[in-house]
Design a protein around this ligand. Structure first.
Ligand code: NAI
Ligand code: MG
Length: 503
């Protein structure tokens, strides 16, 4: 067990010192507390393999304490005027803004995501999301219904109670903010279960926000999924669950919510297609493929363009240009400003992604182009780096084409016909996101309407943005995040009140 120095009040740019300071604690009822069992587990820097801190090993006892605190705090929180709750959440945004550099360095250390291309961007988006939802308090409004003369019939939006939020490690700050901000503004209290691999930066955010929010409104637990996440979902006082992660666990969470008859939002995996037509702006589209594939996040994104279909006349040129661009990207120390590409999150994910690459390379007729270079720095010798791979020559039946790899691996196919490529794009268990690249907007709009995905972008492929509804169809999930709709539909219920004032 590391000794844990006091958590600094001011921004702490020494990410290693901050990781130690945040070690081995949950955040419950407005204070840091160790696990009731006293146990903790290692948090590892994936760029070196070194232990950077500990996380409290939460279990059902800790869950009960956190949920009881959240339940106790929720009623007074819900009684505050909605605009006041929003104003407090917006105030949290300003505090996060003042700590962006600190949070960016810590998340880079914890996850191996490069500081310049990923971590700093993510830390800023948390403030964006809190600002956006902070302004929506007044939108928690109802309708008046013309039921009968002398009867005033209205609907009001009410919070659900305690929200249990389970988050993953790939974009933990952003994905957490998309859950807690609307939940809190709507008058719920929250208990977050962080991801095993990335518990520290979200804990810092929780502590920062607790300087502004009343105690018990925002609580955080760390621990393993089955031991800490499952009891959170099952706790009788948790009245809503929101989850981002794998399809497999999404099904488990969905079943547990069904047993309790509580609403659930699920944001799961993807195998997002990118359709490139010969009339596209070539250079912009090649750069777009790099963004779409999230190569700077090592492809660890549920919206990664992991299937790219290119119209045959430009297929060879496109693959060559994409490979050349990715080849020029710098893989290295996530905390180095020169680095474009950092590491995979964990040994487990490294092994999984490596197995997909090996399978692709062993497939007869397939070509896998390995791009960029592993870093030379001996200090990074144990780092979980994987060279980005661009595959061609696979068949649609390949596991690399059908399954979510969640690594820097994309497959590229030529196509001849818009209808045929649409059918191929839709031939997937998933339906999270898609992009298409063409200057023929008539064609683009037609295909956009027919692609089976929750989010379709033409001639761009941005990450989730506050104010745009985000969520998948098919096995990619249930429900929407990031928008006003997500707050109203997923974190409130509509109550009808009737007043008879007939004389
Ligand atoms: P996971 O789904 O196991 O973990 C996500 C979260 O769920 C973590 O906080 C974990 O502790 C929790 N969890 C696990 N089992 C649970 C249970 N029985 N009850 C309640 N909570 C539970 O994902 P993992 O293992 O980190 O990654 C595996 C694959 O999942 C990835 O390769 C990727 O394909 C996909 N994934 C998708 C994400 C997305 O953004 N949609 C994010 C992370 C992973
Ligand atoms: Mg798992």
């Amino acid at each position: 067990m590391l000794d844990t120095p006091a958590v600094p009040h001011a921004p702490q740019l020494d990410e290693r010192a901050l990781a130690r300071a945040l070690s081995a604690r949950h955040y419950i009822g407005g204070a840091f507390v160790p696990a009731r069992s006293g146990a903790s587990f290692a948090v590892v820097n994936p760029a070196t393999g070194a232990e950077i801190g500990r996380a409290a090993l939460g279990d059902a006892t800790d869950v009960d304490v956190a949920v009881t605190n959240a339940d106790g705090a929720q009623k007074a929180w819900a009684k505050l005027p909605a605009r006041k709750r929003g104003a407090l959440v917006a105030q949290c945004a300003a505090l996060i803004r003042a700590h962006v550099e600190e949070l960016a360095r810590l998340i880079a250390l914890e996850t191996g995501k490069a500081l310049r291309t990923e971590s700093r961007v993510e830390a800023n988006t948390v403030a964006d999301v809190l600002e956006f939802f902070g302004g929506l308090g007044s939108e928690l409004k109802g309708e008046s219904v013309p039921f009968a003369p002398d009867v005033l019939s209205v609907t009001v939006r009410q919070p659900l109670g305690v929200v249990g939020a389970i988050i993953p490690w790939n974009v933990p700050l952003l994905l957490m903010s998309l859950k807690i901000a609307p939940a809190l503004v709507a008058g719920n209290s929250v208990v977050v279960k962080s991801a095993e691999e990335a518990p520290l930066t979200v804990l810092r955010i929780c502590e920062l926000m607790n300087r502004i929010l009343p105690p018990g409104v925002f609580n955080m637990l760390s621990g393993y999924g089955p031991d800490c996440g499952a009891p959170l979902v099952a706790h009788p006082k948790v009245r809503k669950v929101t989850f981002t992660g794998s399809v497999e666990v999404g099904r488990i969470v969905g079943r547990a919510a069904a047993d309790k008859l509580i609403p659930v939002t699920l944001e799961l995996g993807g195998k997002s297609p990118m359709l490139v037509f010969a009339d596209c702006d070539f250079e912009k589209t090649v750069m777009g493929a790099i963004t779409s594939m999230r190569f700077t996040r090592q492809g660890q994104s549920c919206t990664a363009a992991s299937r790219i279909y290119v119209e045959r006349p430009i297929f060879d040129r496109f693959v060559a240009a994409l490979a050349a661009r990715v080849d020029a990207m710098v893989m290295g120390d996530p905390l180095d400003e020169a680095t474009d590409i950092g590491t995979i999150i964990s040994e487990e994910q490294h092994a999984k992604v490596s197995a997909f690459i090996a399978e692709g390379l062993a497939t007869a007729g397939a070509t896998g182009r390995a791009c960029s270079r592993l870093p030379h720095d001996p200090g990074l010798a144990k780092g979980l780096f994987i060279r980005p791979h661009i595959f061609t020559g696979l068949t649609a039946a390949s596991r690399l084409v059908r399954e979510e790899i969640f690594g820097p691996v994309t497959v590229v196919f030529p196509f001849d016909d818009a209808e045929a490529v649409l059918a191929e794009a839709n031939d997937s268990e998933y339906g999270l996101a898609a992009s298409l690249w063409t200057n023929n907007l008539k064609l683009g709009m037609d295909l956009a309407h027919r692609l089976e995905a929750g989010l379709v972008q033409i001639n761009q492929n941005l990450v989730v943005q506050a104010n745009l509804s985000y969520g998948g169809v098919k096995s990619s999930g249930l429900g929407k995040e990031a928008s006003l709709e997500s707050m109203l539909e997923h974190f409130t219920h509509k109550k009808t009140i009737m007043v008879n004032y007939a004389p």
